[in-house]
Design a protein around this ligand. Structure first.
Ligand SMILES: [Zn+2]
Length: 316
């Protein structure tokens, strides 16, 4: 990739003029590009929430199509494992969407539990109601994971709150590990706006959304590395959260391209969470949680320029 970047820089300069100065400038650019240090490698486990379906379905897309596109992208980028976190109740509400679960397994990726109805632990009417939703989410997962450890739970909305100790004790007794999150880009914010903009054929709005989202990806990666160094003194193995929706499927190739360029090396969830940084399970973002516990100020705490686009207002 660095070679083609260098060629790209050199060609227009050399054809525009052959004065020695421009040639020298072109060579300097080409040489510095070729000698640029590769980015420091860091491990990333990819996880995909809200399987088999997340958010509004854009016209012209199907749930199976979204899953296929996502699986193809993961394969193209050498993602060794992508845990899919299942809401079994949502599958039942949209007949035919359970086929996504089988497709996920056929592609060699594991499934875990995200509760049957995507019940938020903090907002649940009672702890018992939430526990029942965890149990109701199990059969669709366990039936497709015979002989494989499926006892991983991703908290819906990453919400834990005051029921944390109770939830962790219950999950531990049932043999679960909590699937943590250290890296997320807010793809879910764009999901329904994208479906509306596709329905309206508003390509200008979609392009503006993509520009903003990809800027957020770049900033998010830089911020993650800086914050990880502040809290742990190193870039810890990451657990990336993305979703199985239309927007996420369409943008994932570019997201992974940017992660690859930043030094991402893909590992399994168990490998990433074997790192001591993951010793204390909880809700929200791992790095934010650890920083708060240790009184460390994060880059995100400094005011950033406001996004130029109000995503949720697009294409109304
Ligand atoms: Zn979710």
């Amino acid at each position: 990739m660095r070679v083609s970047a260098a060629a790209h820089i050199a060609t227009p300069l050399m054809t525009a003029s052959s004065t020695p100065y421009l040639l020298a400038a072109a060579l300097t650019l080409a040489t510095s590009a070729a000698l640029a240090e590769p980015p420091e490698r860091f491990d990333v486990a990819v996880t995909v929430d809200d399987v088999p379906l997340h958010g509004d379905l854009p016209p012209g897309m199907t749930r199976i199509g979204i899953a296929r596109a996502t699986l193809d992208t993961l394969k193209a980028h050498g993602v060794v494992e992508a845990f899919g976190f299942v809401n079994a109740g949502r599958a039942e509400k949209e007949p035919g969407s359970e086929a996504v679960l089988d497709l996920w397994r056929q592609a060699g990726h594991p499934l875990g539990n995200h509760t049957a109805s995507h019940m938020n632990l903090e907002r649940a009417s009672s702890f018992d109601a939430w526990r029942a939703d965890v149990l109701a989410g199990e059969p669709a997962v366990s039936a497709r994971m015979v002989g494989v450890n499926w006892r991983w739970l991703r908290f819906p909305n990453l919400a834990v709150g005051a029921r944390r100790a109770e939830a962790l004790a219950f999950l531990d007794a049932r043999g679960y590990q909590v699937a943590d999150v250290s890296l997320a880009f807010g793809d879910w914010v764009y999901t329904d706006a994208y479906a509306r903009c596709v329905a309206k054929g508003d390509t200008a709005a979609i392009d503006a959304m993509k520009r903003q989202y990809f800027q957020e990806i770049d900033a998010g990666i830089v911020q993650m590395k800086e914050n990880s160094r502040r809290v742990y003194g190193r870039v810890i193995p990451q657990v990336l959260l993305t979703h199985l929706g239309g927007w996420s499927a369409v943008t994932l190739p570019e997201v992974l391209r940017r992660l690859d360029a930043a030094g991402a090396h893909y590992v399994t969830l168990a490998e990433a969470q074997r790192d001591p940084a993951y010793a204390e399970p909880g809700g929200g973002n791992l790095i934010t949680r650890a920083a708060a516990a240790r009184g460390i100020k994060l880059v995100a705490d400094t005011p950033a320029p406001a996004p130029t686009l109000d995503v949720k207002a697009q294409c109304r």
